[in-house]
Design a protein around this ligand. Structure first.
Ligand SMILES: Cc1cc2nc3c(=O)[nH]c(=O)nc-3n(C[C@H](O)[C@H](O)[C@H](O)COP(=O)(O)OP(=O)(O)OC[C@H]3O[C@@H](n4cnc5c(N)ncnc54)[C@H](O)[C@@H]3O)c2cc1C
Length: 408
């Protein structure tokens, strides 16, 4: 049996290795379009490769995926984060979790992961071919496939399609001709540009517990927020950009965010704290006493924005001044005009629609013998090792099942 794996990235290698281990008599070949395998793995996690995440509950794990959560929840029953750690350990790669739950190779180098994959593929006899883009795949009348490459065609029995996230829908057009549904791609994981907001002067400040909401939408995210010279970044913003990716694309990245700098504090509690401080610290200058532990430059910015001047004392905090401060602390509005890719660590939301993929084996429900894995699927996660985990999980399932008799 000839198994073709299209794409020599994370999902390609993981599925090819699993397929060859499971079906040793099969001829497994990886076809990679570029001159290098695993190039995204190489640059991932700032060159350290955030392999997975120390979240060991499948239900909780699935909540980190804006698209594909339900599908993955079932898939994780076959291969989850613990399986990943075990898989690498068995092959001599020790992983370690950091305090934020991100898991990296102990070597702190993505090359360790690449070496592991290349060694395993060589050991098992997986054929690895570079500079061979597969432009389309044609199922023939014998339920086999013809891979169409530059002016050539290659006949195979099974295909695992792992070409990664595709920014243009045209790459997947051949699938639509075969009645597959494709969800139009939009970018995910980006930071917010605020060219007209003076808060950019505070670049470098991180506010640890922040709640960010997109105005006139249901989208809200919590976590640290980083002020940058172009606007806002940090985990809360990235999470929001992922969950609201499609809606923000529709808005052409022109929208407003409402920020609660005090995590999820409600107005009633905030007013009470402010009242108490008015009594206890009545003679103190507001600029000199910040009861919320905010970074002092941020506190000064927010009180100035509310109308306080250097000499304003706590006892002066009333009427409009008080209302403005309440608003700026928990409902602070900023206009966003555009996006910036986060350290180039973007992923694509969209791709092969999951409704036509069988989660039990990753086989197409439309084209028997065609399997999918990795980011080409309409699956994407937030930062923290979740995107690779989705690649390992779907690739493992595809590899385990690709050699089983085709469905009628
Ligand atoms: C800079 C950066 C850093 C990242 N860091 C992390 C991280 O630390 N942790 C994490 O979880 N996620 C990270 N991600 C996301 C993660 O890299 C991807 O989700 C993951 O690589 C997806 O794996 P894949 O195999 O599906 O796709 P890819 O890794 O993109 O591999 C697809 C392969 O297919 C090849 N290909 C494409 N078209 C064809 C064709 N027609 N014929 C043949 N070959 C083809 C491509 O050249 C490529 O080699 C990062 C992403 C970026 C961009």
């Amino acid at each position: 049996m000839k198994i073709a794996v299209i794409g020599g990235g994370a999902a390609g290698f993981f599925s090819a290795i699993t397929a060859k281990e499971t079906f040793p008599n099969a001829e497994v070949t990886i076809y990679e379009k570029s001159a290098k395998f695993l190039s995204k793995v190489k640059v991932s996690g700032g060159g350290r490769c955030n392999v997975t995440n120390a979240c060991y509950d499948n239900k909780e794990l699935s909540t980190f995926y804006p698209r594909g959560a339900n599908f993955l929840r079932k898939a994780f029953e076959q291969f989850n984060t613990l399986s990943t750690i075990e898989w690498f350990k068995k092959r001599g790669v020790e992983l370690e979790a950091l305090s934020d739950n991100c898991i990296f190779p102990k070597s702190n180098s993505s090359q360790t992961i690449i070496d592991c994959f290349e060694f395993e593929a060589r050991k098992l006899g997986v054929r690895c071919i570079i500079q061979t883009p597969i432009i389309s795949i044609v199922p023939d009348e014998y339920s086999n496939f013809k891979l169409i490459t530059n002016g050539d065609s290659i006949s195979v029995d099974r295909v695992i399609y792992t070409i990664g996230g595709q920014p243009k829908i045209t790459t997947l057009e051949w699938l639509t001709h075969l009645k597959h549904l494709i969800v139009a791609p939009v970018p995910s994981l980006f930071t917010f540009n605020m060219p007209n907001e003076s808060i950019r002067e505070l670049m470098g400040i991180v506010n640890e517990s922040t709640s960010v909401r997109i105005e006139k939408s249901k989208w809200i995210a919590d976590g640290p927020l980083l002020i940058t010279h172009w606007g806002m970044s940090g985990p809360a913003i990235l999470k929001l950009s992922a969950f609201a990716a499609r809606e923000l694309a529709e808005k052409e990245y022109q929208f407003a965010v409402l920020i609660n700098w005090l995590d999820q504090m409600k107005e009633e509690e905030l007013r009470q704290i402010l009242q108490e401080n008015k009594v206890i610290h009545s003679e103190k200058k507001i600029s000199n006493y910040n009861p919320f532990g905010l970074k002092s430059r941020l506190w000064i910015f927010l009180i100035s924005k509310s109308g306080c001047i250097e000499t304003t004392r706590w006892k002066d905090l009333q009427g409009k001044l008080l209302n403005r401060l309440v608003n700026n602390l928990i409902n602070d509005r900023y206009s966003v005009e555009g996006k910036t890719t986060f350290k180039e660590e973007f992923v694509t939301a969209g791709g092969v629609d999951l409704s036509l993929v069988d989660v039990k084996n990753m086989q197409s429900k439309v084209i028997s013998g065609l399997y999918f894995a990795g980011e080409v699927l309409n699956i994407d996660g937030v930062t923290g090792g979740f995107n690779f985990q989705a690649a390992w999980t779907t690739a493992y399932i595809a590899g385990k099942n690709v050699g089983i008799n085709k469905a009628e």
